[in-house]
Design a protein around this ligand. Sequence first.
Ligand code: ZN
Ligand code: ZN
Length: 248
Amino acid sequence: MKITFFGTSHGAPGPDRYCQSMFIETENSSYIVDAGAPVMECLLRGGYDLKKLKGVFITHMHSDHVDYLFGLLTLPSWYRKEMDFDVYLPEQAGIDAITSYIQMGFGNADYFPNDRVRLHLIESREVYQDDEMKVTAFPTDHMKISKRPCYGYLMEAEGKKLYISGDLDGQKIDYPEFLNEEAVDAFVVECAHFPAERLIEKLRSCRAKCVMPIHVWRLEKYDILKQAEKELPFQMEYPSDGDCFEIL
Ligand SMILES: [Zn+2]
Ligand SMILES: [Zn+2]
């Protein structure tokens, strides 16, 4: 399993960072978590096989995680007809809004959704499974003020486990407890909504083999994380846009 970071920024893009989106590849399939970067453009410029895309998983409806979903859903509906994939969203209101927006452009409600681009509401922890990938959702309280759901995703494929935190509650840093009990191979964790020092303290009991902070804001937090990494019981990687990592 490989992960490529299409976008690593926090709530706002920067001159060298798109907002959050990750591209995960297995031998025969690919998957996207979040669409805050121009995912369709990233797929085309990267020369990826569009037919391999099987699933898109959105953590929550903040715009820095979902803005570019519209292009990813529109183009395959009329032009890139070789594409065929499922999209999992945390809220029916989001599904309805996306559907209305795209239907407005097509001027024909029959055009979208269609039998090749299918939207699903996440209704249970077991979100998705195919021959190569299993995806399980874990709720966070990131949007508790507005009473809206947010998820992190455990992605299991080819004997490896990757956990992507989604955005977290700023007080609790509420990634799931199982990360302290079970050694996942890679843990992608956000670092925008709490001080880096508090994340470091929390991570001391994490059993991940490799931790990858993204969504980092302010940028000074990178220095704090790098200074602390010697004391932490796992490898740290600091993904930038375009970086690709094999999950080992
Ligand atoms: Zn965010
Ligand atoms: Zn958010």
